[in-house]
Ligand binder design. Structure first.
Ligand code: NAP
Length: 674
């Protein structure tokens, strides 16, 4: 018997009054209890806001990204503990991999994105400065800073680890502490994971707390600096998000809820094509993985009318190979749903679907379970329904049986397919198996607005495709309407849910100071040695090098043309160049100017600049003709540490002519030794 503890205000606390029993999905026996009505939610909120938040915000995005990586690696080392506990949730080893390894992998992706795509500072910059005044002395830019409160994460039972980590990673990266409330049915797995994270000593105090069991009245104490991220059923979401106090205080509430996801077989994917086989494989995998308890599982299977029989035959053959039983057995392909009450719920929902569709595969009263007692464990067989008239049906489009249950339905043509796809009134994902780009386009423009993710797969992508049901940390997860109208993950987009975007306006100096990035128009530092002689650490934002001028001659242009082979007429033929609306006559190559610029700002001796790694945002603004002269201004715009040896310096480079007109502008990237 596990006493599932909560971690509240720095203390592990036992279950107490109001604790609920949790039974094994396999044996039906009570294996744990969780919940404590006496949990001091106010103390938890204060601990997060007053201790966790400030400690996290002291760190930069890069510090927090490194912390996430270390936590993820620690969990990886101990994942067997989580696997061992997870069997009692009904999950098989391959299900654990989706949950545990998937969660850890998500954390690692955020760790890496945090280092690569966010600054080593405290504000995330959204877009470039906007010039708001005529002379560039009054600018605006959008910056994102962490919310000053706490994120409350309420999770569904089906992914006790991934469900927590996919929310925790962007939250902690943002610099916001979290209180995690897993679903009670599987909270013993989440508790073990939180324990591992806390034992690692890698998280600052107050960064993560855990409520095992009920949340009490915590939501009533949130304010505009807090955020709720909910995952679960549409019914619970509606109840929680309508809390008048949350509404009154404009507390952010993101909802990821159930949806009637669909998979569609393209008209081109007839039997015998690789796409047909792929479709059967994807659908049966989605029906049976996690015993169908995936928010993204395929609930509606749409196939061209003439292929209904072929799909039914192939799918039922494959589903017939699904061995059901104790998930600890190697031979078991599908375990149990999470609990007896979940089994009841699935069967009730299946009965509703059955009023509109015929059950053509799987009988809940007649199936085999290996290694466990069918009457004690929460086992349900895969069930396939066939709905011959999907336009007239309602339940097959709005009833989620959260288990291995799907409905097969025919479509006539693509407009009809789009209509059926959208009849779910908003879903997390729709997949389309087709090798025809026109089909993919038509479906995208007809259905994208109703779906959070469109997953196309065919013979080209199938070896690498990640699966209809896998939300990836790089991609947005969430969907409109029935799916909750929320959005999670999507790389750095997911971090933004825990930050406030603020439009900051002011002079260039003010904006440079706030954004930790030199903004054109603000002060420069010119009294130091050549910046290429100074290390990453020494070189300061705004440090500027002014080169001497160099004349560009006709001979230079011709030499460059013949040397590179770029004898484009605008550089070589006066008359032809004049006829071109852009040029007054022969002009210097833009690349010649860039090369001369490099020659003007170079510091040739071995020094801290290790390599030139790229150039961004290049613009040629004014032509240069023979006899003009150019000079370069090079300013340190931004610095990003990369590792213990070197960091990236982003230089703002402007080439001007003899009249001080800007000829070209770009950002140069160098790696500089620390
Ligand atoms: P649920 O019954 O709606 O519960 C979801 C969470 O809400 C649980 O942690 C639950 O805690 C909590 N909760 C319930 N009532 C609450 C209240 N009054 N105050 C605070 N918290 C409360 O959903 P579930 O059965 O766990 O999960 C299955 C559903 O989740 C399915 O419909 C599935 O489609 C959906 N889901 C969606 C996604 C997605 O990303 N869109 C992902 C996974 C699952 P207790 O367990 O303690 O009641």
């Amino acid at each position: 018997m596990i006493d599932v503890q909560s971690f509240a205000a720095g203390q592990w606390t036992n279950p107490g009054a109001g604790a609920r029993n949790i039974a094994s999905a396999i044996t039906g026996e009570v294996i744990a209890q969780a919940g404590n009505d006496a949990l001091d939610v106010q103390a938890m909120l204060s601990y997060a806001r007053d201790i966790g938040g400030p400690a996290l915000r002291k760190l930069t995005f890069h510090d927090r990204a490194r912390m996430l990586k270390a936590v993820a690696l620690h969990l990886m080392e101990h994942k067997q503990t989580l696997y061992d506990l997870s069997y009692d949730t009904g999950a098989t080893l391959s299900d654990h991999k989706i949950d545990v390894d998937g969660g850890i992998g998500t954390m690692l992706v955020f760790a890496s994105k945090g280092r690569r795509e966010m600054p080593d500072g405290h504000a995330y910059l959204d877009g470039a400065p906007e010039q708001l005044g005529r002379d560039g002395q009054f600018l605006g830019r959008h910056i994102c800073t962490p919310l000053l409160g706490v994120a409350v994460h309420i999770n569904a039972f089906n992914f006790p680890v991934w469900g927590m980590l996919e929310k925790l990673a962007p939250t902690l990266l943002a610099g916001v502490p979290a209180i995690v409330k897993p679903a009670t049915a599987t909270c013993y797995v989440t508790e073990a994971c939180v324990r591992l994270m806390l034992q690692s000593g890698l998280l600052p105090d107050g960064a993560v707390q855990l409520v095992s069991g009920g949340l009490g009245d915590m939501l009533d104490h949130l304010d505009c600096q807090d955020a709720v991220a909910f995952t679960g059923s549409a019914d619970t979401a509606l109840k929680l998000r309508s809390n008048p106090l949350l509404l009154e205080r404009s507390v952010r509430f993101a909802s990821e809820q159930d949806s009637l996801n669909a998979s569609l077989l393209g008209p081109d994917a007839t039997p015998g094509t690789p796409e047909f086989d792929l479709f059967i494989k994807e659908v049966s995998r989605e029906m049976t993985a996690k015993a169908g308890q995936k928010c993204t599982a395929i609930r509606r299977i749409m196939v061209p009318e003439p292929q209904i029989d072929a799909v039914f035959d192939a799918l039922s053959n494959r589903l017939a190979k699904t061995t059901i039983g104790d998930p600890r057995l190697e031979t078991t392909r599908m375990g149990a749903v999470v609990s007896a009450s979940q089994k009841r719920d699935v069967l009730e929902k299946a009965a509703l679907i059955g009023a509109e569709a015929e059950r053509v595969f799987g009988n809940p009263d007649d199936f085999t379970v290996e290694g466990a007692d069918k009457n004690k464990g929460a086992f349900v067989p895969p069930m396939l329904f066939h709905c011959a008239a999907p336009d007239l049906a309602e339940r097959v489009h709005d009833t989620e049986a959260f288990g291995p249950v799907s409905t097969l339905m025919p479509y006539r043509d693509l407009p009809h397919a789009v209509k059926l796809l959208n009849k779910g009134n908003g879903s997390l994902v729709a997949s389309v198996i087709t090798n025809d780009p026109d089909t993919a386009r038509e479906i995208t423009f007809g259905a994208a607005a109703f779906h959070g993710r469109l997953y196309f797969n065919n013979r080209q992508s199938m070896a690498e495709a990640t699966g209809h049901g896998s939300p990836l940390p790089h991609m947005v997860h969430g969907g409109p309407g029935r799916a909750g109208g929320g959005e999670e993950l999507g790389g750095i987009r997911g971090v933004m849910h825990y930050m406030q975007r603020t439009a900051v306006q002011g002079s260039p100096d003010i904006l440079s100071a706030i954004s930790q990035q030199w903004v054109p128009g603000s002060d420069t530092i010119t009294d130091r040695a050549h910046p290429f002689t100074r290390t990453f650490t020494e070189v300061a934002l705004g440090e500027t090098f002014h080169s001497p001028a160099r004349e560009v001659t006709l001979e230079d242009i011709e030499t460059f043309a013949h040397f590179t082979g770029d004898t484009f007429y605008a550089h070589m033929d006066e008359e032809a160049a004049k006829a071109n609306p852009f040029f007054p006559g022969r002009v210097a190559h833009g690349y010649l100017l860039l090369s001369f610029a490099a020659g003007l700002f170079v510091q040739p001796d071995p020094g801290p600049v290790l390599a030139n790694t790229g150039l961004d945002n290049l613009r040629f603004m004014e032509h240069v003709v023979a006899g003009d002269s150019i000079k370069v201004r090079l300013t340190v715009k931004h610095k990003t540490p990369r590792n213990d040896e070197y960091g990236e310096v982003r230089w703002h480079v402007t080439l001007t002519n003899q009249n001080d007109q800007a000829v070209a502008e770009y950002e140069l990237l160098t790696m500089n030794a620390l």
